[in-house]
Structure formats: structure tokens, C-alpha cells
Design a binder for this molecule. Structure first.
Ligand code: EPZ
Length: 425
């Protein structure tokens, strides 16, 4: 089992090139099921989640091939199989993104209901609600959701839930509506840049989608979609993680391939903490004051502060000069990192969906356990600044969503090494 060994205290300096967005690449790869002919994608990050999606698509009759530098070619060869089995969907929830494309293109989809998740309760009732509103019949068959429909019909539907909009739910319904009969209006659609990127990809394939990036999305169904060539947007969560890495080490980091306009809520909070984030041409420059200010942060759907940067922000605020308050409004139980950060000498107190962060002078290195993708990134950031040695176990979580994470940090001057433990941790 691999782990990271980190020797803390190095200030990060230099330039990092960001990868394509995981949460755009996965649904766009799934959308290849909708297309006639070949799809060529650029900027596809090399991640275990991308490989899992590739395996899933191969089983669903989509051939895939990769070229170096993030180019992937996908082509539907066989439309017989409509079953996305438990083995792969259990590994990666985004596997549910094949549901809408299979249903609208092949008239049937059988997808394993995703089980539990470390970050909290993650039902797909809104996905099903939206697809049934388009005319699908739904059934539960030994843990799988079985959806059937001859041809879906466009309609007006509301897709908001108790925590606001749903990202992959919007993606699924939008993809299904793209080949449906007539017009679909999705109210309370997710506005995330990854959803807009999927809509732009579908439009490049011949779809007719407008309003993407806003809560009211309109899809005029078309007869067919043709494969195209498309470049995935940069990963704003990876960008936010490296901005915070620069700030927590009091370093000077330059980001390449970064769309700062996708991070305005994050930049706003960081500036309040005392972190300078400036655009310089097509690059972004990060530096920070030695004294970090405490603040209050609440995660919200886009364009609010992203839940996928909550843990990394918590690691930073552990070193602020005073008490901060972090409220998690998307996944109220997304706090697996709290206990681990306290092992590094942080002073965190959880009260329901809120954590009180009492700032400390320093963190002290220790052995910690990663539990999910973003929590593990936060533990690495804390290890970069902690006094002495930190060992982060189960780094396979990180490989799911960060391409060459430790190599990029090494290039910025971090003292980090990927090691292999003989015994399972
Ligand atoms: C996407 O997950 C991202 N994953 C997540 O990133 C991200 O945390 C999340 O959006 C929120 O921004 C991908 O894009 C692959 P949601 P998704 O449906 O689509 C509730 C990462 O670290 N809900 O927008 O699964 C749900 O429980 C991952 O890269 C329902 O109640 O999230 C949650 O509280 C982790 N019913 C809220 O809505 C539904 O049918 C938002 O979930 C669907 C969702």
C-alpha cells in the first residue's frame, strides 16, 4: 500500500501546470455513448477515476485509446450492452453518468445504485426524478436501477434538492434530453463550469442547448449527435488546491492553465485570509502574508465556495491568527479530515455541519489516514507545513483526482516522497 512521506517546512516556489478537470472529463467521456462516429478529447487527466470510466465504457461497447499528453479517442462499436455493473460503479459514483446517455440512445439503462460514500449520504433520486419526467419507466432490480423508454419526450422540470442543485443529476438529464423529442427546460440546474463544459461539448456534437451555466437550462432535442474534437476545461479544484499549497507554506507559486474566473468565491475568501492571488497574463500568481486572518466559510453550489475545497481551506485556517468557522452546506458530514488534522496538532471542534477552527502557531508531523479524495489533499497540505515528518496513508484516494500530485509538489520544492509499505495499513 502506498503512502506519502513528507518533511515539512519548505516554502513552495515555482510554476505548476494544471491538468484538465476530472469532473468535466468523466461526464464528457460518458457522453460519447450518444455520438455517431469518433470523439477526440484533449486535456483528459491521467487519473484512476478516468481509467475506471474507460473500463466502464469499454464494457458498454465504446472503444477507447489514449495518446500521450491527455488525448483520448472514443468510438461506439456495439450498442448491445446497457448494464453498468456494481463492480465499477461502486468504485466511482460518476459511473452513474452513463444512465442518461444509455437510456436516450439505446432505450434502456441498467445501472448499479451507488452505495455509501465517505463524504456522506449521496442519493440519486433527483437523477431518476428528472429521467422519469422525460418519460422513462423505472424499476429496482437487485440493486440496479432499470430505466426503459422507447423515445424520451421533452418537458419542463425542476431539479432542485434539499442541498440545492445536483451536478451529475443535471448532466444526466441534459444528456438524455439532447436526443429526446421536443424541448426540455431544467429549472434549478447546476451552474458548475463542468456542467457548462459538458453542454459545450454536446453542442459541438450537434446538440441544441442554451442557458448552461445558469439555473435555467433549455435543451431542444435533436435526431442525432456526431463525434467531434474537444478540449476539456482546466481543473478548478486542482487549481484551488495548489493556490492553498502556496499560501499554507507562505510560498510564491505561479499557476499555468488556470481559469481564475471559475474560482472567484475561493479567491474572495483567500484574499480575506491575507493570500494574494493575481492574474498575470494567462497565468496566476499566488503569495501570502505571514499572518493569516481567521474567517467564516460556507460551502455552496457554484458560484459559491466549492465543497471540494472545504478540507484544504480548513488545513490553511488551522494556522490563522484566531478562530474561523467552516460550515458544510452540501455534504453536512464531510469532515473525515477533522480527526486527522487534530492528530497533526490542529484544534478543531465539530458541531453538526459546522467546525470551529481555533488557530494554532504550528502543526506537528504525525502518521495520518486519508479517507477520501479532498480530505487526503488537505492532509498533504498540512504535512507540507507541519514540523517534522508526516506520513499520509492510503494515497490511492489522491490518485483518483490529482494527476502526478507529488511530482508537481516536488517541482515546487516540497520534500515529499511516494513510498510503498510492505504491510497493508
Ligand atoms: C459532484 O458530485 C462532484 N463529482 C463532487 O466532487 C462534488 O462534491 C459535488 O458535485 C458537489 O459539488 C463529480 O462531478 C463527478 P451533487 P455529485 O449531485 O454530482 C444531494 C470530488 O471530490 N443530492 O451535486 O454526486 C447530494 O446528496 C467529488 O471531485 C440529492 O439529494 O453531487 C448532495 O448533498 C466529490 N439527490 C447535494 O445534492 C440527488 O439525486 C449535491 O450533490 C443528487 C444529489
Amino acid at each position: 500500500m502506498e503512502y506519502f512521506q513528507i518533511s515539512g517546512g519548505k516554502r513552495l516556489r515555482g510554476t505548476v501546470e494544471l491538468s484538465g478537470a476530472k469532473n468535466a472529463a468523466l461526464p464528457i467521456m460518458a457522453a460519447s455513448i450518444l455520438c455517431e462516429g469518433e470523439v477526440t478529447l484533449h486535456g483528459v487527466p491521467d487519473l484512476t477515476d478516468v481509467r475506471t470510466m474507460e473500463k466502464l465504457l469499454n464494457r458498454l461497447g465504446v472503444s477507447t485509446s489514449r495518446e500521450s499528453g491527455g488525448t483520448m479517442r472514443l468510438k461506439v462499436e456495439d450498442e448491445m450492452n446497457c448494464h453498468a455493473d456494481y463492480e465499477l460503479v461502486a468504485q466511482m459514483r460518476a459511473g452513474v453518468c452513463v444512465m442518461g446517455p444509455l437510456l436516450t440512445k439505446r432505450g434502456k439503462s441498467q445501472v448499479s445504485l451507488p452505495g455509501g460514500c465517505a463524504i456522506g449520504d449521496r442519493p440519486i433520486n433527483l437523477h431518476l426524478q428528472g429521467l422519469q419526467a422525460l418519460g422513462a419507466d423505472a424499476d429496482l432490480v437487485s440493486g440496479d436501477v432499470l430505466l426503459k423508454a422507447k423515445r424520451l419526450t421533452g418537458t419542463e422540470l425542476f431539479l432542485g434538492g434539499p442541498f440545492g442543485s445536483t451536478v451529475t443529476g443535471t448532466a444526466n438529464v441534459m444528456m438524455a434530453a439532447s436526443l429526446a423529442e421536443g424541448r426540455t427546460i431544467i429549472e434549478s440546474a447546476a451552474c458548475e463550469p463542468e456542467v457548462a463544459d459538458l453542454a459545450n461539448f454536446l453542442n459541438a456534437c450537434g446538440a441544441n442547448i442554451t442557458g448552461h451555466g445558469t439555473p435555467r437550462l433549455t435543451v431542444e432535442g435533436v435526431k442525432k449527435l456526431e463525434g467531434c474534437e474537444y478540449t476539456i476545461i482546466p481543473d478548478r479544484i486542482e487549481a484551488g488546491t495548489f493556490i492553498i499549497a502556496g499560501a499554507i507554506t507562505n510560498g510564491e507559486v505561479r499557476l499555468r492553465n488556470c481559469r481564475l474566473e471559475h474560482l472567484l468565491a475561493v479567491v474572495d475568501r483567500l484574499r480575506q485570509v491575507g493570500v494574494n492571488v493575481e492574474r498575470e497574463g494567462h497565468e496566476v500568481m499566488v503569495s501570502s502574508a505571514r499572518r493569516l486572518e481567521p474567517i467564516a466559510v460556507t460551502s455552496q453550489p457554484y458560484p459559491g465556495f466549492p465543497t471540494d475545497l472545504q478540507a484544504q481551506m480548513m488545513a490553511l485556517l488551522c494556522l490563522a491568527d484566531g478562530n474561523s468557522i467552516i460550515t458544510e452546506k452540501i455534504y453536512p458530514d464531510r469532515f473525515m479530515h477533522v480527526g486527522e488534522l487534530n492528530r497533526l496538532g490542529a484544534r478543531l471542534r465539530k458541531e453538526g455541519p459546522t467546525v470551529i477552527v481555533e488557530g494554532v502557531k504550528r502543526l506537528i508531523g504525525a502518521q495520518v489516514m486519508a479517507s477520501d479524495l479532498r480530505a487526503s489533499a488537505a492532509l498533504v497540505l498540512a504535512g507540507l507545513v507541519a514540523k517534522g515528518e508526516t506520513r499520509v496513508n492510503r494515497v490511492y484516494h489522491i490518485d483518483r483526482g490529482y494527476e502526478k500530485f507529488e511530482r508537481k509538489l516536488l517541482a515546487l520544492g516540497a520534500d515529499i516522497e511516494r513510498c510503498t509499505a510492505d504491510e497493508p495499513d
